[in-house]
Design a protein around this ligand. Structure first.
Ligand SMILES: *Cc1c(COP(=O)(O)O)cnc(C)c1O
Length: 403
């Protein structure tokens, strides 16, 4: 069976983890701090905090900005549930909007949903392809939209506008206007979950780029405290004889451990040299294999000012319905190839349906979803494997559609 996305475990990763295990310090410590530093260098962000997931990174930022009951946060209907759930955790209302044909959030739809209750927008770089950050940044600062913002606390007064927080769970290493994703929004949150391009098994990081007069160093400290029960010192800081600490708020338990940071440190070393180039090569092979098929609609992964991180190869089959897509997937699995669907638009899921979201309100999200099949992309997927996947997809399509 060709799996969908197993991790690449280099011997160096194993050695680095063993080194940590033997070091006498296994939770948040020097390796986590080093990974944060390396991610600053890699993304160009002003500050990075590593955490135990992207989900908690997004939630801590919304909490830091004081998002609460009565507030609205705009996000695409086409995303993983985490993007909406963090808004619900804060007691605020997720305002879902439709997407473009590249799977990313539709900026005109965003604009039409902004009200005086809007506190944040969470664009999602689906599949690793960056959203239109320049347009989003312009929109929230525009004469029409800017005055709608109602600041209700110190942070909101300081920013004076809607917070732009990118869900970049897929897009570490993607390029936007020549720069690495991580500095195009106020905050950019990456995931290091097991299926993501760079993984620490579970983990995530928030890259901070709040404009002045914010001090990102200060926000980093505040987020650190929020990630550790509101404690004024972490375990490492308490080892220096300075044991007394205070608790200032009911924070969370969301820190990254040095064991997991060890994986991240080694993977980041390999990321631009091997991980991204191999993923790109697999994308290129898929494109070449499918571009002559009339039924195939290929994903956008490059444009003048954007380049994907090659996270998901989101193939679409033209003109099919959900049941046909599912039948094609069954046929592909029968040929020992794992594929996936990214994503079921949130209004299809019980939670959001129960909250009143209706799929009819996001027609393009449904249109893309019902035709979508994500193909395997991972470092150890050989050219022969790629050929096997291609053959399986082609024969499955042929069988189901008689094409
Ligand atoms: C994986 C993913 C997340 C959540 O990441 P975690 O690190 O598992 O919390 C958020 N958004 C999207 C789009 C994802 O795919």
């Amino acid at each position: 069976m060709i799996p969908f996305s197993p991790p690449k475990i280099y011997q160096e990763i194993i050695d680095e983890v063993v080194d940590t295990l033997k070091s006498g310090w296994i939770t948040t410590g020097p390796k986590t701090k080093k990974l944060e530093q390396n991610l600053i260098e890699y993304t160009g962000a002003q500050k990075v905090i590593c955490l135990n997931s992207a989900t908690i990174g997004m939630e801590l930022l919304l909490r830091w900005f004081g998002v609460k009951e009565g507030d609205e946060v705009i996000l695409p209907a086409y995303t993983y549930c985490a993007t909406a759930n963090v808004v619900l955790h804060c007691g605020a209302k997720p305002i879902m909007v439709d997407i473009n044909d590249d799977f990313n959030i539709d900026i005109n739809a965003v604009k039409s949903k902004i009200t005086s209750r809007t506190k944040a927008i969470i664009p999602v770089d689906i599949g690793g392809y960056p959203c239109d950050y320049e347009e989003l940044n312009k929109l929230i600062r525009s004469e029409e939209i800017h005055p709608l913002f109602k600041a209700e606390n110190e942070e909101q007064k300081k920013l004076g506008r809607i917070l732009l927080m990118s869900d970049a769970a897929h897009s570490l290493g993607a390029k936007y206007q020549g720069k690495s994703v991580g500095s195009s929004a106020d905050a950019t949150v990456f995931s290091f979950h097991a299926v993501k391009n760079l993984t620490t098994a579970e983990g995530g990081a928030a890259a901070l780029n709040l404009p002045s007069p914010f001090d990102n160093e200060e926000i980093y400290k505040q987020l650190n405290i929020k990630s550790l029960h509101g404690q004024s010192k972490d375990a490492l800081a308490k080892t220096t004889g300075n044991w007394r600490y205070d608790v200032s708020e009911a924070g969370y338990k969301a820190n990254m451990t040095d064991i997991l940071a060890s994986l991240g440190l080694v993977e980041l070393e390999h990321y631009d040299k091997e991980t991204i180039p191999r993923r790109k090569a697999i994308f290129d092979q898929y494109i070449k294999a499918f571009e002559s098929e009339k039924w195939a609609e290929l994903p956008t992964y490059k444009s003048d000012d954007k380049e994907s991180s090659y996270h998901l190869f989101m193939l679409r089959i033209k003109g099919i319905e959900e049941a046909q897509r599912d039948a094609i997937i069954d046929e592909i699995f029968k040929q020992e190839v794992s594929v996936n669907v990214h994503f079921q638009p949130l209004p299809l899921l019980s939670l959001y349906k129960g909250l009143g979201y209706q799929m009819e309100d996001y027609p393009n999200a449904f249109h893309q979803y019902q035709r979508e099949i994500s193909l395997p992309v991972y470092y150890d997927l050989s050219d022969e494997h790629v050929a096997t996947v291609v053959a399986a997809v082609k024969s499955a399509v042929k069988k189901v559609l008689n094409k």
